[in-house]
Ligand binder design. Structure first.
Ligand code: DCT
Ligand code: MG
Length: 516
C-alpha cells in the first residue's frame, strides 16, 4: 500500500487578477511574517470563514481575503486533500511545491498556542499517490479535548494567555454595564462566563466547543453564537453606544468616584468631566479632587491615573516602598500583591502587603503613619487616605464574598519621578518629570499574612469563588483574615498560601494561574 504523502504540486500559473489582493486592510499587527494564510470557504461558509480570519488576524497571522501568489498555507475544513485540489483545479490554479494544504485542526492548534505550530501528519491534507481518495479521518476536525471544567475559578488554572479574548472582552463589557445598572444577578452571570472562557486551553470556534462547559446559560450562549456568526455582538455594540454606560464609564474612571456619584452626575445631566469640573455648585470629596485634578494644571493626575501603571513603574514603586518601610521596620516583609503578583504587565494601581514578625503592636500600628509622613516630607505624597485597623482576633470570618477586610491600610497617590523608573532617564523626559501612581498599602498581623496575601493577590473573581467553594463544598468560612471550619468549630492556621489550599482540599494554584 502506498503511504500517504503531503501534497506538493507544480508551479502555479500566475493570475495577475488576484495579485496584490490581501488582508492588508486589517488593523492587526502581523507577528508571523513568514506565513500567509488563505482559508477556504468551501464547506465552511462565509460567516465561519470571516470569524476564523478575524481570529487568526487578532493572533498576529497574515490572512489573505483572496488566494494570491503570496499565500503559503491553505487551510480547509471538512475537505479532503482531493477536494482542495479539485477546487484549485477549478480555479485554474496549480499548487506549488511550497504551498501547504492543511486541515483546520492546524489553525485551531495555532490559535491555541498563539503562534504557528509544527505541521504534523495529523494536520496535513494528504493524498495517496495511487489515488486521490482522502485518508480516512483526515477531513474531520478533532474537537479540542475538554476535561471536566469546574464551576469554581479556584479549581481552574487561568493564566494571562487568554484564547477567547473576543468573547471575554464582550462579557466584561456586559458585566460592567450590569454593574452600572446594579443588576447584580446578570452581572455575575457574565463575569462567571468570562472567567470560564479565560481558563480554556483552546479558542471557541463553534458552538460545539461550548458543550459541557459550566456557567454558560442560554443568554450567554446566544451571545457567543452571535459573535461566532457575525464577529461581534449586537448586545455589546448597543451597550457601547448607550448614553448611561458611556457616562458611567467616564465618571468612574475618576479616582474616588463610585456608582453613587456617577449616578448623581448622570441624573444631573452631566456627560463630560470638563462640565463637572467647572460646575461651581458641585462638592467633591478629597479623593475626587485628587482624581480630577491637581495644583499644576487641570487634569494631570487624571491623565496619569487613567493611563495604566506598567511593570517598570510598579517595580520602581516597590523599591520606594521597601526603602521607606526598611527605614522604620528593618525586618518587615513587603510583598507586591494584586495583578502584578499574578504576572500582569499593567494595572490600575500597585498593591502591597506589609507584615512583621518582630514588631510590637504599637510599632505595627505606627508604621504606615511613619512611612506616609516620610513621603510627605519628601513631597512625594500627593494623596493619602489612611484607615485604621478594626481587626479583632478570633472573630468569625465574614460570609460575604465581597466583604472588605479590617486591616490597617492606606490608599495613596505617590509621585514617581521618571529617574526612578528603569529604562527612563531622568531629565530626558518631556513634561513634568514624574507620574502620579495609585498605591495601596496593607499592614497585617503576622499570623494573618497567608490569608491576607491570598486575599490581596486576587483576581476578584478568583477570591469570590474561593470563598464560595469554602462555604458550599467544605462548610468553611474564608476571608482575608482567617479560615474557620464549621464542622470542627475551629480556626485553621496557615503559614503559607499552599497550606490554605491544602486545608480546603484544593490543588495549589500559583498566583499567575489566578487570572480568573
Ligand atoms: N482586594 C481586597 N479588598 C479590597 C480591595 C482589593 O481584598 N478592599 C483584593 C481583590 C483583588 C486584590 O485585592 C487587588 O485589588 P485590585 O488592585 O482592585 O485588583 P487587581 O487585580 O490588582 O487589578 P488592577 O491590575 O486593575 O490593579
Ligand atoms: Mg491592583
Amino acid at each position: 500500500m502506498d503511504s500517504p504523502q503531503a501534497v506538493h504540486l507544480g508551479p502555479r500559473k500566475k493570475r495577475p487578477r488576484q495579485m496584490g489582493t490581501s488582508g492588508a486592510t486589517t488593523p492587526h499587527d502581523i507577528r508571523f511574517q513568514d506565513l500567509v494564510l488563505f482559508i477556504l470557504e468551501k464547506k465552511m461558509g462565509t460567516t465561519r470563514r470571516a470569524f476564523l480570519m478575524e481570529l487568526a488576524r487578532r493572533k498576529g497571522f497574515r490572512v489573505e481575503n483572496e488566494l494570491s501568489d503570496s499565500v503559503t498555507h491553505i487551510v480547509a475544513e471538512n475537505n479532503s486533500a482531493s477536494d482542495v485540489l479539485e477546487w484549485l483545479q477549478l480555479q485554474n490554479i496549480k499548487a506549488s511545491s511550497e504551498l501547504e494544504l492543511l486541515d483546520i485542526s492546524w489553525l485551531i492548534d495555532c490559535m491555541g498556542a498563539g503562534k504557528p505550530v509544527e505541521m504534523t501528519g495529523r494536520h496535513q491534507l494528504v493524498v495517496r499517490s495511487s489515488s486521490l481518495s482522502p485518508v480516512p479521518g483526515s477531513q474531520n476536525v478533532p474537537a479540542p479535548a475538554v476535561q471536566k471544567i469546574s464551576q469554581y475559578a479556584c479549581q481552574r488554572r487561568t493564566t494571562l494567555n487568554n484564547h477567547n479574548q473576543l468573547f471575554t472582552d464582550a462579557f466584561d463589557i456586559l458585566a460592567e454595564n450590569d454593574e452600572f445598572r446594579e443588576n447584580e444577578g446578570s452581572c455575575l452571570v457574565f463575569m462567571r462566563a468570562a472567567s470560564v472562557l479565560k481558563s480554556l486551553p483552546f479558542p471557541i470556534i463553534s458552538m460545539k466547543d461550548t458543550e459541557g462547559l459550566p456557567c454558560l446559560g442560554d443568554k450567554v450562549k446566544c451571545i457567543i453564537e452571535g459573535i461566532i456568526e457575525d464577529g461581534e455582538s449586537s448586545e455589546v455594540k448597543a451597550v457601547l453606544n448607550d448614553e448611561r454606560y458611556k457616562s458611567f464609564k467616564l465618571f468612574t474612571s475618576v479616582f474616588g468616584v463610585g456608582l453613587k456619584t456617577a449616578e448623581k452626575w448622570f441624573r444631573m445631566g452631566f456627560r463630560t468631566l470638563s462640565k463637572i469640573k467647572s460646575d461651581k455648585s458641585l462638592k467633591f470629596t478629597h479623593m475626587q479632587k485628587a482624581g480630577l485634578s491637581n495644583g499644576l494644571s487641570g487634569f494631570l493626575y487624571y491623565e496619569d491615573l487613567v493611563s495604566c501603571v506598567n511593570r517598570a513603574e510598579a517595580e520602581a514603586i516597590s523599591v520606594l516602598v521597601k526603602e521607606a518601610v526598611a527605614t522604620f521596620l528593618p525586618d518587615a516583609l513587603v510583598t507586591m500583591t494584586g495583578g502584578f503578583r499574578r504576572g500582569k504587565m499593567t494595572g490600575h494601581d500597585v498593591d502591597f502587603l506589609i507584615t512583621s514578625s518582630e514588631a510590637t503592636e504599637e510599632e505595627e500600628q505606627q508604621l504606615l503613619h511613619k512611612v506616609t509622613d516620610f513621603w510627605r516630607q519628601q513631597g512625594l505624597l500627593l494623596y493619602c487616605d489612611l484607615i485604621e485597623s478594626t481587626f479583632e482576633k478570633f472573630k468569625l470570618p465574614s460570609r460575604k464574598v465581597d466583604a472588605l477586610d479590617h486591616f490597617q491600610k492606606c490608599f495613596l497617590i505617590l509621585k514617581l519621578h521618571h529617574g526612578r523608573v528603569r529604562g527612563e532617564q531622568s531629565g530626558q523626559q518631556e513634561g513634568k518629570g514624574w507620574k502620579a501612581i495609585r498605591v495601596d498599602l496593607v499592614m497585617c498581623p503576622y499570623e494573618c499574612r497567608a490569608f491576607a496575601l491570598l486575599g490581596w493577590t486576587g483576581s476578584r473573581q478568583f477570591e469570590r469563588d474561593l470563598r464560595r467553594y469554602a462555604t458550599h463544598e467544605r462548610k468553611m468560612i474564608l476571608d482575608n483574615h482567617a479560615l474557620y471550619d464549621k464542622t470542627k468549630r475551629a480556626f485553621l492556621e496557615a503559614e503559607s498560601e499552599e497550606e490554605i489550599f491544602a486545608h480546603l482540599g484544593l490543588d495549589y494554584i500559583e498566583p499567575w494561574e489566578r487570572n480568573a
